[in-house]
Design a protein around this ligand. Structure first.
Ligand code: F6R
Length: 366
């Protein structure tokens, strides 16, 4: 059942190229640049009148939502708020028929996400869910559901559900962008071409397994880790830290790299490994200077960089090189590197990778 892998998590990390292909299949045309979703005619029409979007989820699914905000705001120019379900639902909600609410949930049964969705639905909002489990409560109660087609995810730590949620959000953002004509057909064709190339490039990251395992051997006994990223890779810093915490029980914090000087920089010393996600793109120079700040304080830098980056190779203690793709799509590659690292730390520490203590796959209590 684990198809030759030691753990379900390892199998699921390695299934990501296939899961992505299944998730995007049939949803785009490379010729026209169009994106297709199977939504009701009414919903399609009402999407034209939406003035804002709220994405609500928990844990790893919330991190996917944070990535989705970048895509939707960039491609469709609609303001997006992303919130944690257990926070959102206890506030004085502002929702009406001009609000599109997107619930993201692998299991489709997370109690807080389901409650938040029921509340805004009653207030008239349009509700779409992104779910992996077919026929789950959240899928059934939303006006329309986008299934992720990751296949069953058994490891408690979410991996392929995350990347397929991000791919779904990417395509949905393009769909809205095309509908509103904030994204041209030409631009859309370019991004689709790059998206279709991601599964292959992900295979390349999976082949870095041995190299990343060596890093895990070196640092698995550290008591704390810091993960830094900016822009679309800021949520990946949060996700990398969460993966490490939940399966290896090593304390880790994810931070937007620019916030480092506002506090966490005080933590840096020669015992602290810091993952810096510094792939090329709009914030490369800024993030590269964060690498220097960490090094100036004797921190240990593991930089995730774009293949061929000689500048950071000379500055960081270790580099993990991922293929060159547009910044927006780099998240698939950077997150996979952090998943593999967390997996190996937990495995080398002899922990129960698939069933970490105190955690449940589906959180149906509030
Ligand atoms: C982390 C993890 C959890 C879930 C969260 C939401 O690896 O698995 O943080 O992401 O409990 O679950 P779903 O997506 O089922 O609503």
């Amino acid at each position: 059942e684990k198809a030759g892998y030691r753990h379900f998590m390892q199998k699921e990390i390695n299934e990501q190229p296939r899961a992505l292909i299944d998730t995007i299949r049939g949803k785009y045309s490379l010729e026209s640049g169009d994106v297709f979703f199977d939504l009701s005619k009414d919903l399609k029409e009402s999407l034209k009148d939406i003035t804002r979007i709220v994405i609500v989820a928990c844990g790893t699914s919330w991190h996917a939502g944070l990535v989705g905000k970048f895509y939707i705001e960039k491609f469709a120019r609609i303001p997006v708020e992303v919130d944690i379900a257990s926070e959102y639902r206890y506030r004085d909600l502002i929702a009406d028929e001009k609000l599109l609410f997107i619930a993201i949930s692998q299991s489709g049964e997370t109690a807080d996400t389901l409650s938040a969705m029921r509340m805004v639905k009653k207030m008239g909002a349009k509700v779409i869910s992104i779910c992996n489990v077919v026929g789950s409560s959240i899928a059934r109660e939303s006006h329309s559901v986008i299934y992720t087609h990751a296949g069953p995810e058994i490891g408690v730590a979410s991996t392929k559900a995350f990347t397929t949620q991000v791919a779904s959000l990417f395509l949905f953002a393009m769909y809205l962008g095309r509908q509103r004509e904030t994204m041209s057909a030409g631009e859309s064709r370019e991004f689709l071409k790059e998206l279709v190339g991601i599964p292959d490039k992900l295979e390349h990251v999976l082949r870095l397994d041995g190299e990343i395992e060596d890093l895990a051997k070196k640092y698995k006994d550290a008591s704390d880790f810091l993960y830094l990223g900016r822009n679309v890779n800021y949520p990946i810093a949060l996700e990398g830290a969460l993966k490490l915490k939940e399966i290896s029980y090593i304390h880790a914090e994810g931070y937007p790299a620019g916030e480092m000087k506002h506090g966490p920089i005080a933590l840096i010393d020669s015992e602290l490994p810091v993952f810096v996600i510094a792939v090329k793109g709009s914030v490369y120079d800024k993030t590269a200077s964060n690498v220097e700040e960490v090094k100036a304080r004797d921190g240990i830098v593991i930089a995730i960089v774009t293949e061929g980056d000689t500048e950071l190779a000379g500055k960081a203690d270790h580099i993990i090189e991922v293929p060159d793709v547009p910044e927006e799509l780099s998240v698939f590659l950077t997150v996979t590197a952090t998943q593999i690292f967390a997996y190996h730390c937990a495995n080398l520490l002899g922990l129960d990778v698939d069933q970490p203590r105190n955690l449940a796959k589906s959180v149906t209590v509030e």
